[in-house]
Design a protein around this ligand. Structure first.
Ligand SMILES: [Zn+2]
Length: 511
């Protein structure tokens, strides 16, 4: 009788195929049944209602027996902390970077979405416009400013991944400076903790624009975390269940596969992002505040006084129309756009970020790695962040991500352009490469030609250094792309040409 009651409640197997998974329950039920066997025998012929009541009683005793049998005082299996379940995890580099997405975040929060933010650094470098504190002390202040800025939007979950600021455009330097492995481990942990439906982050790529290496590093790490957090073999100690009370090592998180990842960019030119993802007007009116979303974003940005006090003070001297024009043309432009990186749940490329997303888990999706393009046995390629990104897009199934071709970079006049080069020799004999350089007028180098030998089955690294001219005031007014090219020959045959478009500015981050 008890067995049939439990079967009705789907607690006991009804056929052989489901027997294996229920062996533990069966065992516990038989332990409990020994104690209640006598009582059940007494119930022969009793009314059904009484039997049902005793069935429920028996079930609760089974659960108590389960606790006793496992030797712990558990009466239920605890669930993950629902206060940390998010819809959006924003991954950026520095305090104030969230401003690139705040007009959209304000909209998403209006729609009931839960948002958390992960920062790569605490932003301890740069000048302090609000006080005298510098370096690590400035970082302490900027963490508070970032939390205050998020609080204006209703976001109270933010984490700092422990990196420090890197003054460079090179994503590889930022990853090295942050401690790539440790930071990735932290971010995978946060993805498993916050279980976001969507990750939003900077577009990993080299563009003319702010192009901060730290911004790119945030995008690289977020992409890696998107592809790894659902894999139980990645940082398995994070997903291991506790072995004892007050478990000191295992984190008892669960693998989590986010459903979509979108990117935003601080590139100067936006044309190559057109049609690659959704666009949201910053002028749309919030249902909850009855104000345009740019206002919520600007209100949030005002908290970053150490970074922007001069700008914030200037707002006091502007009328409403001027502030709106500034916010919707210079600051955010009208449309805040995203580039769809991946969706594992369908939806249109330019559709809403949450299109196709339903609550609940989805299976871990190993990234679709594109096959390696066959290279000639002897060839050269632009190295550094450019060759990294080519491999990165391939390894993460992101070949569709927009990137400038030929590659581009903005540099400060009067500094040095370094062109890193891989020299591949897959033949069985040493190979001599001959290089010739073509430069815009006024750009100089030690020698426009060079010869280098690479051993059999080896890849060599070389670099060309170019002295850049100072930028005149008139040239700074209308900067333009100029092309540098490096031709490579071996045995009198061309084996490659490397092109790089360079724009000279009065000020720019080091390469
Ligand atoms: Zn930044």
């Amino acid at each position: 009788m008890l067995s049939s009651l439990l079967r009705q409640a789907h607690l006991l197997p009804t056929n052989k195929t489901s027997r294996h998974s229920c062996q533990v329950i069966n065992g516990l039920i038989s332990v409990a049944s020994l104690r209640f066997g006598e009582m059940l025998r007494l119930l022969k012929g009793a009314p059904l209602a009484l039997c049902l009541r005793l069935g429920v009683l028996h079930l609760s005793v089974v659960l108590v027996c389960l606790s006793v049998a496992s030797g712990q005082a558990l009466t239920r299996v605890p669930e993950a902390d629902s206060r940390y379940k998010m819809d959006i995890l924003l991954v950026v580099a520095h305090p104030d970077d969230e401003g690139a997405a705040t007009p959209y975040l304000a909209r998403a929060i209006d729609e009931g979405k839960r948002v958390a933010v992960a920062y790569g650094t605490r932003g301890s470098s740069g000048e302090n416009q609000a006080g005298t504190e510098n370096a690590a002390a400035l970082g302490e202040i900027r963490e508070i400013e970032a939390r205050d800025a998020l609080a204006t939007l209703g976001i109270d979950k933010a984490w700092f991944l422990g990196g420090t600021d890197t003054a460079s455009q090179d994503v590889l330097q930022s990853l090295a400076n942050w401690g790539h492995g440790k930071t990735l481990e932290n971010l995978v942990r946060l993805v498993r903790l916050t279980r976001p439906e969507v990750i939003l982050t900077f577009l990993p790529g080299t563009f003319i624009g702010e192009n901060h290496g730290d911004h790119q590093a945030a995008g690289v790490l977020a992409t890696e975390a998107f592809d790894l957090a659902g894999d139980p073999t990645v940082f398995p100690e994070q997903v291991a269940a506790p072995l004892r009370r007050l478990e000191p090592y295992f984190e008892n998180l669960r693998p989590w596969q986010p459903k979509k990842i979108y990117y935003f960019s601080d590139a100067d030119k936006e044309d190559i992002f057109e049609g690659k993802g959704p666009r949201y007007s910053v002028k749309d009116i919030s249902q909850s505040t009855k104000q345009a979303y740019w206002r919520a974003a600007l209100e949030s940005f005002r908290r970053h006084e150490t970074q922007a006090k001069d700008f914030i003070d200037s707002l006091a001297h502007m009328d409403e129309a001027q502030i709106e024009k500034m916010a919707t043309t210079d600051f955010w432009t009208n449309g805040i756009f995203f580039v769809l990186g991946k969706s594992l749940v369908g939806g249109r490329t330019t559709g809403d970020i949450f299109e196709g997303i339903a609550p609940g888990t989805i299976p871990f999706a190993r990234p679709q790695i594109a096959s390696v393009e066959a290279k000639p046995a002897i060839c050269v390629e632009l190295a550094g962040p450019w060759s990294f990104y080519a491999e990165f897009r391939r390894a993460h199934g992101l070949l569709h991500l927009p990137h400038p071709e030929p590659p581009e970079i903005a540099l400060q006049g009067g500094t040095t352009l370094v062109i890193p080069i891989w020299l591949h020799n897959e033949t069985t004999a040493p190979q001599e490469f001959t290089f010739s350089l073509s430069l815009p007028s006024g750009w100089t180098t030690q020698s426009n030609t060079a010869r280098l030998t690479v051993g059999a089955k080896q890849t060599g690294a070389a670099r060309v250094e170019v002295n850049l001219p100072l930028v005149s005031d008139s040239a700074a007014q209308k900067p333009g792309l100029q092309e540098v090219s490096v031709r490579a020959e071996a045995d009198g045959q061309r084996v490659g040409i490397i092109k790089l478009k360079v724009e000279l500015h009065k000020r720019a981050l080091p390469e």
